[in-house]
Design a protein around this ligand. Sequence first.
Ligand SMILES: Cc1cc2nc3c(=O)[nH]c(=O)nc-3n(C[C@H](O)[C@H](O)[C@H](O)COP(=O)(O)O)c2cc1C
Length: 350
Amino acid sequence: MLKTRMTELFGIGHPIMLAGMNWITEPELVAAVSNAGGLGILAVARCAPEETRKLIRETRQLTDKPFGINQILIGANAKENIQVAIEEKVPIINYSLGKPWFIDQVHDYGGKVVGTIAIAKHAVNAAKLGCDALVVTGHEAAAHGDAATSLVLIPVVASQVDIPLIAAGGFYDGRGLAAALALGADGISMGTRFIATKECNVHDNFKQLIVNASEQDTLYSHVFDGMKGRVLKTKAALKMMQRGFPLFEAFKGAKEVKEQMNLSYPAFLAMSFKMLGKEDEGYMPWIMARQAVGTRRHLMAIQKGDVEEGILFAGQNVGGINDIPTVKELVDRTVAEAEAVIDKLNQAKA
Ligand SMILES: Cc1cc2nc3c(=O)[nH]c(=O)nc-3n(C[C@H](O)[C@H](O)[C@H](O)COP(=O)(O)O)c2cc1C
């Protein structure tokens, strides 16, 4: 057993969190992680509020253990989805990209708020606002890490804030968990590693690409969804890096994404323009359309397994992922490995 501030705060068995991943961390996977003693996180940014409520209730049918939701605060429906989660008294609210307005409301029913940051200055601000814990995302991560790697970012943040930290970006086994604890974190969050599990809904073609990939097989760029992020090196991802902007695909993508998210055109445009504010490298006119193209291609990967045209956010840890276990096998193995590493280090002390 590994007891840390993270396990104490959330009332869970193991200091392991399932990273929120839209379209992927759905009730079955979330419940599997919580039932295995970790913390499952349901990603709801893709949902209209009524679907958020439905998924929260579905998750509760599958587990009586603590779980959380993840919401991107600059997304469409962010306010409404957070309100639903508060009404449903979801134990943990994990947010990313944006400033939380709901901390007191969540504390009122005994819930916890977990911010996601990739820059130390943002960690200090989030702690001041009253967050109970933080997910600290390094450059190795799938999707939107910033410039600093986990090795540097975790201890830097740990020196500046005094709330539990959950290290994200690059973690896939017990050595990583033990290392995160040594660096000053209280547990880990894993995204890519949990995609390659039996309970995950991602198409088998992409699980297999993860298993076959080396640590060199990811690309980090703003081209995939308008914000700097990391994806698996697929044919489509390489093409997106090389060629000019696909205007026709952008229109097609925007229409499909809008329909999948059940949004009106004004709501889709509002969400996209809010995301413009997060970009700082001069690609502004293209971000909205890039986001539409990116989401469309992600759905081609996740739902259709299209290895020619699909793209998938994935971390550098693909290089260390070599199998597709059940969630419980993965969680138990990760904890056992971490305990063995800690024992070994203790024995090394003269
Ligand atoms: C396919 C995919 C989708 C993701 N979607 C989201 C999301 O909707 N919201 C979010 O905050 N992070 C999202 N992330 C980032 C993860 O929450 C997490 O930070 C990242 O996976 C950690 O790095 P790792 O993959 O190296 O474990 C996504 C990651 C992946 C792999």
